[in-house]
Design a protein around this ligand. Structure first.
Ligand code: SF4
Length: 342
């Protein structure tokens, strides 16, 4: 479809959406501000976390790190700790690095240009467009899955959303219906996509775009958006040893680029001397986006002080206890395992 941002025949659709948003915008704490720092953190937090699940975490994070400088000055481990419960910890590592980038490259002032925002670590086109439109009157649609779904339904457009050109295609389509107030438009699309035009069973009878929606008029809403390629899910098997003695246990921080980089975990191997102390194995299943994990945790209660000391010294593990463990960030399944030991 041809791009036409001026006086498009379809702009009334964007205006209807804005009218609906004025009446129906969700009352969310980050809607009361145009502070780019807070909007940025909220966009990153809610990328992979539902609003109801992430709201407390967002509020706690902002309370502890109220501005770029405070975040940049903090230790990385503390930033990760405040991300606890949200998962996908690389986001915490990235916001921390990006805050230092803002201090170093922009004198601590959040950049206002889309291209500069896009240079921040962990910020993609969607997030840069959202920040730029909400905080700096940028005119770029923040195209994400909500846009794909709503636009493909409204126009009964069967462009494949798994196609590598989908982002550009739907950005052009979004510009056709986009009103002047792009910040509100982007947020309205987010609300419509998550509250009304849901992936399954959209609430068309409550939708402000119903009159314009071709998929609705053809009774074919379930046929859009079109997605041909399914992303493969990988099966991963991990084994850990919960090595403990007198209420204390051993951990280490993951340094490689694995999914749990910078989080704490149990040893993944033990020496022959520890094998006689193995007491049993628990198997935990855990799902991540595109990964099915099966985690075996072997309980090893070391009753010999000498063997314990030798193992600790040789492997440079950190000794912690159940009470102190809440000061560290563990992957969710290991966190649950520790909680069950109490
Ligand atoms: S009418 Fe239904 S399918 Fe069409 S945009 Fe609205 S909620 Fe989505």
């Amino acid at each position: 479809m041809k791009k036409n941002t001026q006086n498009s025949d379809f702009q009334h659709i964007g205006n209807k959406l804005l009218d609906w948003y004025k009446e129906n915008a969700r009352d969310l704490p980050f809607r009361q501000t145009k502070d780019p720092y807070k909007i940025w953190i909220c966009e990153i937090v809610f990328q992979q976390t539902r609003i109801s699940q992430g709201l407390n975490h967002y509020n706690n994070f902002i309370r502890r790190f109220p501005d770029v400088q405070t975040l940049a000055d903090a230790e990385e481990d503390e930033v990760i700790l405040y991300w606890k419960g949200l998962g996908y910890y690389s986001r915490a590592i990235n916001v921390h690095k990006a805050s230092q980038q803002i201090m170093n490259d922009y004198n601590g002032v959040f950049p206002s240009q889309y291209e500069d925002i896009l240079k921040l670590k962990g910020v993609g086109k969607y997030t840069a467009a959202a920040i730029s439109s909400i905080c700096f009157e940028g005119k770029i649609p923040a195209v994400d899955g909500n846009f794909y779904r709503v636009l493909s339904r409204v126009f009964a457009d069967n462009f494949d959303i798994s196609n590598s050109r989908a982002f550009n295609y739907f950005s052009a389509l979004a510009e056709m219906i986009m009103p002047q107030n792009v910040g509100d438009f982007n947020q309205a699309m987010m609300d419509l996509g998550s509250e009304i035009c849901k992936p399954k069973n959209p609430l068309c009878h409550e939708c402000p775009l119903q009159e314009d929606c071709l998929a609705f008029s053809m009774n074919k809403t379930s046929e859009f958006p079109v997605k041909t390629k399914k992303i493969k899910t990988e099966d991963l098997h991990l084994k850990y040893y919960f090595v403990h003695r007198n209420g204390r246990f051993l951990i280490r921080q993951r340094k490689d680029d694995f999914i749990w980089k910078k989080l704490f975990e149990f040893p993944d191997s033990i020496s022959e001397k520890l094998e006689p102390f193995s007491k049993g194995t628990k198997t935990i299943s855990h799902k991540l986006t595109h990964k099915n994990l099966t985690i075996e945790v072997v309980d090893v209660e070391v009753t010999s002080e000498a063997v314990w000391n030798e193992f600790v010294t040789q492997n440079q593990y950190i000794i912690t206890d159940l009470e102190a463990s809440h000061e560290k960030s563990f992957p969710k399944p290991l966190e649950n395992y520790i909680q069950n030991q109490k």
